[in-house]
Design a protein around this ligand. Structure first.
Ligand code: BG6
Length: 482
């Protein structure tokens, strides 16, 4: 059903997430004609701005990549005329009443569908929800309009705090209203995982313990925590990246085919898989923390702003996960994530078993395994490594890749993850959002290890900023030829 009127409130509108991701994504949707004609964007934050100041701030991050032929200034001006600002306090229901007044003065009467995007730190999450609830904003309005609330991780610190947060939020917003974002699910190539697996006959028959030896998911960033030390020190790399982004990738890779592509069955399939993942134990987990770079130019983690000088928070972790079901019994899923490493990469490697007989081995060939490599970023690509005869008079075998590089193959702009996810919220498609039972199952995988880590006895291994990571990580990965 097409939407006639839409009001989008960005709570935390002056912050980095809102300014760099959320509002530019809305602009991209606007440029492509995905917003209804009658839409308004309201920013709510503590920073004092007048309307013009707020619009100038937004304009700094807008690019007209979807409408290159048109006047960028004209498009930007038109979009900015839909943006409004309300200064307020997150815990004050009066601030939400002020917001309500502003909305009414802009929109007049009549039903308007609403999205509240919570681009705020987790510490003020509940304050905002309660203030909104108290102001009556959630329950007022006509039956024919809907209200959706978008929330960003972290959703708690472990299973218990996550459950408590879910329950508290449910006092104000129903599960139906809640869209929990994991922005990795909006990335183009992650959305391609189901298509790759289920729309190609060659993969599904091989997608199990009989043909797959190991699965590796690697995530690395070449930068440290920068200005986010305050947040990161309370959470660490396992909560920041593994429990959500990497576990979601793993669920999409390993789940059984859903009954259909509706949000219910897809999320049911992921929950079922996540419940089969055995909790990580300390025998299968290593953690590291970056020290200064060898040149001394980049700081150690403990010297970053807002980080405790005695912090043991891991900035690197590698884990070997096991899935306790007939499809995956015995197959290691190796997941690795680190900040301040020597490259930026997020990649999946599915290693198949070697061919079982040595037909070619008497020529001295070392047979290598087939590998399906899915590079999520940078430079999205899928390649399949196969054994080939090297051209020439001798029979020599080499492993070469069948390569699909997105840039070369598709002459199309790859949308930012937030564009895709925001469009889904507008259209009410819940497929890519995390349901509460899925969240709980994902926490169960890491909660026991997180508690053990935080009992204070585990000292993360130091690695230099800009290096390939701690030695213990390499040892864990190499157990399975990684
Ligand atoms: C966020 C993490 O969820 O994802 C950050 O909190 C991380 O620590 C970021 O840097 C990476 O996102 P992307 O889209 O740049 O890979």
């Amino acid at each position: 059903m097409s939407i006639k009127r839409l009001g989008i409130v960005v709570v935390g509108a002056s912050g980095d997430l809102a300014q760099r991701k959320v509002i530019p994504a809305l602009f991209a949707l606007y440029c492509q004609g995905y917003l209804p004609e009658d839409f308004q964007i309201y920013g709510l934050a503590r920073t004092p701005y007048d309307q013009e100041g707020f619009r100038r701030k937004i304009a700094e991050n807008l690019t007209c990549r979807y409408t290159p032929g048109e006047s960028c200034a004209g498009k930007t001006e038109a979009f900015l005329s839909h943006c409004h600002y309300c200064q307020g306090q997150y815990s004050s229901s009066d601030s939400f009443l002020d917001l309500f007044q502003l909305m009414r003065s802009v929109e007049g009467d009549g039903p308007v569908n609403r999205i509240f995007y919570m681009a705020i730190p987790p510490t003020v999450f509940m304050q905002v929800a309660s203030a909104m609830g108290d102001s009556g904003l959630v329950t007022c309005g006509d039956r024919e309009e809907w209200l959706r609330v978008v929330v960003e991780k972290p959703f708690g610190r472990d299973r218990a705090t996550s459950d408590a947060l879910v329950q508290e939020m449910h006092k104000v917003f129903t599960e139906e209203m809640t869209y929990r974002i994991d922005h990795y699910l909006g990335k183009e190539i992650i959305q391609n995982l189901m298509v790759l697996r289920f729309a190609n006959i060659i993969f599904e028959p091989l997608w199990n313990r009989h043909f797959i030896e190991s699965v590796r998911i690697r995530w690395a960033e070449p930068v440290g925590v920068g200005q986010r030390g305050g947040y990161f020190d309370g959470f660490g790399i396992i909560r920041d990246v593994m429990q959500n982004h990497l576990l979601q990738i793993m669920a999409l890779l390993a789940m059984d085919p859903p009954a259909n592509l509706e949000a219910g069955p897809v999320r049911d399939a992921k929950v079922k898989l996540l419940r089969d993942v055995l909790p990580v134990s300390m025998n299968n987990l290593v953690v590291g923390q970056y020290g200064p770079s060898e040149s001394g130019q980049q700081p150690a983690y403990v010297a970053e702003a807002m980080v405790s000088p005695r912090s043991r928070t891991p900035t690197y972790a590698a884990a070997e996960l096991r899935i306790n079901n007939p499809r995956w019994d015995g197959v290691p899923f190796l997941i690795e994530a680190g900040k301040a490493l020597d490259e930026r990469i997020n990649e999946v490697r599915i290693r198949f078993r070697k061919v079982p007989h040595g037909l070619f081995e008497r020529w001295g060939t070392v047979m290598q395994a087939n590998e399906l490599v899915i590079r999520i970023q940078p430079d999205e690509a899928i390649s399949f490594e196969i054994m080939n005869k090297a051209p020439g008079l001798d029979l020599e075998l080499i492993r070469t890749g069948l390569n699909l590089r997105y840039q070369a193959a598709f002459n199309a702009l790859i949308p930012d993850a937030y564009e895709c996810l925001l469009l889904d919220v507008i259209q009410g498609d819940r497929n890519l959002f995390i349901r509460s039972d899925e969240l709980a199952a994902a926490w169960d995988v890491f909660t026991p290890a997180l508690h053990q880590l935080e009992s204070g006895h585990v000292v993360p291994e130091r690695y230099p900023y800009g290096s390939s990571g701690p030695a213990a990580g390499k040892t864990l990965m190499s157990r399975h030829g990684g």
